[in-house]
Each structure stands twice: as structure tokens, then as C-alpha cells.
Ligand binder design. Sequence first.
Ligand code: PHE
Length: 391
Amino acid sequence: MTVVTLHGAHALCSTASPAGGDAGPGQLPKAGPVCGLSCFCSEPMNDLTPLVQDAHADFAQAATPAELENAKARYLGKAGRITEHLKALGALAPDEKKARGALINAAKQQVEAALNARRDAMAQAELQAQLKGQSLDVSLPGRQRGMGSLHPTSRARERIETIFASMGFEVADGPEIETDWYSFTALNNPENHPARSMQDTFYVDVKDANGAWLNLRPHTSPMQIRYAQAHAKKYAGQASMPDIRVIAPGRTYRVDSDATHTPMFHQVEGLWVGENVSFKDLKFMYLDFIQAFFETKDVKLRFRPSYFPFTEPSAEIDIRFETGPLQGRWLEVSGSGQVHPQVIRNMGLDPERHIGFAFGSGIDRLAMLRYGMNDLRPLFEGDLRLLNQFI
Ligand code: PHE
């Protein structure tokens, strides 16, 4: 009898076998094709071939690892078919035992190989299913990060700062919650001035050292006083003092809300004080600024008489474009004036010696004009459709 050796292709073969029991010991192997399975094996058939075929079929049919273990027990378990054949060896004569033993062993190895192949196939299938479940679709569009950009007001503010810095102005920053003195009194606002009323100014439920309610600054003008005071203090006792040239951009608040007013808005305060500063300087400087800001020489300036308690004389500054979509209309962009002597005094300076001008312009207003908007409110509504246009 031929000793069957383990054959890789055979072990992987999972074709169902024809039904049939084992041939009894001592039966001659059937002639013909090697094992009756569709794979190509070179194993000659013997009485254990049907057993091996059945094992193949059983293992192939097992759908789960547990079923496979049960099928395994039917062949290799204590009362399994291979085990039964091994038990029967004891009844054989010693010379028969050797050959028969080798044959059973070969069959056992084939069954074990089939079992292992099926186990591997199952594990492989499970792995594939798992991978499929976790699969990453690299063709899916990713989550967009979104590109950040500067808000139009911030852009306008940065432009303003750059332009004034190039003209020798410093850029100062100050508190948005102010005292009554800085917002009003120091700026020469009489006690009963309407700007002080609750209808115009937001008050904070906290009092300052003088017992006056704090306010959300209704303009950036308190920065005139703060900056000039610090400057005057710095040069106190010296023979001369360099000119004060500063801008103070920032947030301001008023009880106001319509297409051209929002409760929070932005202003830039400007102050130039020295011993020989005049309205003429304001006019030239402001024209330079406007031309630089809008990048055009085709713009005119007009000073329209006005009133502010902290300047005398006072003027509104209007601009008019000679070309472009805003052509021909006078547009108000700023309040201005020569700093009132009382305000100069409140700054800690001598009005007999120091003179100058101040202006307060709306940054959002300038941004609207530069970017062609006719409503102020969208600037503060956080709508990305507006903001994305500035990327
Ligand atoms: N503070 C004034 C306002 O808010 C503007 C202004 C500033 C006017 C400086 C004159 C001088 O309307």
C-alpha cells in the first residue's frame, strides 16, 4: 500500500465528497481518479479516502468556528472516525499494523490539514469582513477647515493705523469701560448734556471713585485726555514737549440702532497738539489720509461747521468722490475741531501755549465706503457669506 503524503492542494480542496462510508480495514484501494475531489491530487485512493472526503465536505459546510470544532470532533475526537480506526489497529497482526498505521496516520494528517485550511479560510474571511466594515473611503470629500480672514472693519482699522503711522502718529489703546470724567466732564460736556442721558449712553452698574456710574465709552474721545495726560506728565518740567500725535482706534457704544448705526461700532480718534498746530494741518493731514485710504486722488474734502463741547471751532468732515460708484455725493466721515482750551487744561497742558486739533472718524463707515456696502448691520451679524468675500 502506498503511504500517502500530505499534499497542499488537497488540503485546501473543499469540494463536497460523494456520500459514502469508510471502506473496512484490509479493503483494497479503489482504482481510478485519485480522490474524487475536483482538485488535482496525486494521492492514490484507499479505504480511508471517503473519510477524508467526508471531512473535507463537513469542514466546508461549517459556517462558524464552533461548527467547525464540532465537525473536527466527528473525525479526530475521542469517538471520531479516525480515532476509531486507530483503536482498531490493536486487533491487527504486528506486520499489518505498521502499514495500516501509516495509512491511518496519513488520512489523519489530511483531515488535520483540511481542518487547518478551513480554519485559516474562516479567519481570513472574518478579517476581510472586519476590514470592509472599517474601510475608509478615501474618495469622500474631507471636512473643510475653512479659511479665516480679517473682518472688513479690522482691515479698515489696519489700513488706518498703517497710514497714520506713516505720518508720524502713534497708535494708542484704552479702556472701553470709562469713567464719567473721561467720557464727558474732561471733554467739557456740561452736566446736563443729552449725550450723558441713558437714552444715548450705556451705563455699567458700577460706580467710580467719585460716585459716578461707569459707562461704555460713547466715543473714543476719552483717549484724547488719557493719552495727552500721560504725555504731559512724561514731559512735565521740561523746557519743551514734542507734539502729541496719536490715533486711538477702538470699540465704542451708543443706544442707537438702524441701517447706519449699531449699538457697538468703531471709531478712530486723532489728536495733534503742539505749539504751532493749526486747522490747516488738520485739513492737509486728513486729505492725505483719505486719499491713501481710498487709494485715489479723485476725492474732495469739505469742513462743515458743527458743534462739539470739546472743540472750538468744530466741523464735520465730508468727503466726495469725483469718480466711481459714490461719485458726486458728500459723505460724512468724521467729526473734528480745534481742541477747546478747557480740554487742553484738563489734559494738564497750558492753553496759552498748546493748541491743536482732534478728529473722530467712524471706522465702520470708512469700511462701508471702501467696500461698497450700504448697510452697516451685516458687519456685525457674523454671516459667513459676507465675511467669505474678504478672504
Ligand atoms: N467724539 C465725536 C463723536 O463721537 C467726534 C469728534 C472727535 C469730534 C474729536 C471732534 C473732535 O461724534
